[in-house]
Design a protein. Structure first.
Length: 266
């Protein structure tokens, strides 16, 4: 039976609506979350001030790092949805709770992942505030083509990140409960604190097409501050789309085979 995309979007929209209402009701928790993210940004900012006060990083200065911090807060907050969603999916597979979702008329991982949407709200707001601050303080020039390229890079990067997360979650159908995956995830996400251009070329490729910090954060930042020509963004976007198509096919195949195995032993 073909997937009814309209049903998927309705589930997503309704889930985010409920979570937003919960945030409005429990304002203190939201304020605390925003405050913790502001503190995290200040630590990031003072760290890089100290680094740049002692050495030069080619292509980066404090205005560029402010823009990078804006994109980091936006995209990392959204990726947390995938991280916690994957953790829950893996638990559901090994505990048998997945049965409750397989009977629903939507793809099982959709309601599981989007119910963690509240992780994104505060980070997205802070990230947007940092981008506005950078724009007003340093006179950044934004043309529609660059803005569209950045938006598409983030969408494609999110798609790659989700496919990678789903592949990792689906391996639990065969490997069972294994906390090593969580350790690997959090270890990789330590790279989020740095611009990917400071790493060797091979590491940059990994950070572009596996855990796509290059597409989600570094490229949008250098495009926005004018440190790279528009064609560079287009080239990376084209490569990202190809990787996303392959990743989506692999993730879909592994998930479907895993569900068949799960149902066969159910």
């Amino acid at each position: 039976m073909p997937i009814n995309l309209l049903k998927q979007w309705r589930v997503i929209a309704q889930s985010f609506r409920i979570q937003w209402l919960q945030i409005a009701e429990y304002k203190e928790n939201f304020v605390f979350d925003v405050s913790s993210r502001v503190i995290g940004f200040l630590v990031f900012w003072f760290m890089w001030q100290s680094i740049l006060g002692n050495t030069d990083i080619p292509g980066w200065d404090l205005p560029g790092l402010l823009v990078l911090a804006g994109f980091q807060n936006i995209t990392m907050s959204m990726m947390l949805i995938f991280i916690y969603g994957v953790t829950k999916i893996r638990h559901m597979i090994t505990s048998g709770e997945l049965d409750n979702y397989l009977a629903r008329p939507v793809v099982p991982w959709v309601p599981v992942v989007v119910q963690n949407g509240y992780f994104a709200f505060s980070g997205v707001l802070l990230g947007l505030a940092l981008l506005v601050l950078a724009w007003s303080s340093f006179g950044l020039q934004i043309n529609p083509f660059i803005a569209l390229t950045i938006l598409l890079l983030i969408i494609v990067g999110m798609g790659i990140a989700f496919c990678f997360a789903l592949i990792v979650a689906s391996l639990s159908f065969w490997l069972g409960k294994n906390d090593l995956f969580d350790d690997i995830f959090w270890g990789i996400y330590e790279f989020d604190q740095y611009p990917t251009t400071i790493f060797p070329g091979a590491i940059q490729l990994i950070l572009a097409f596996t855990i796509p910090f290059m597409l989600l954060e570094t490229l949008p930042a250098i495009l926005l501050i004018g440190r790279a020509p528009e064609i560079v963004g287009v080239q990376w976007l084209g490569a990202g789309v190809l990787v996303l198509i392959v990743d989506a096919w692999i993730a879909n195949q592994i998930w479907k085979r895993g569900v068949k195995k799960y149902e066969a032993f159910g």
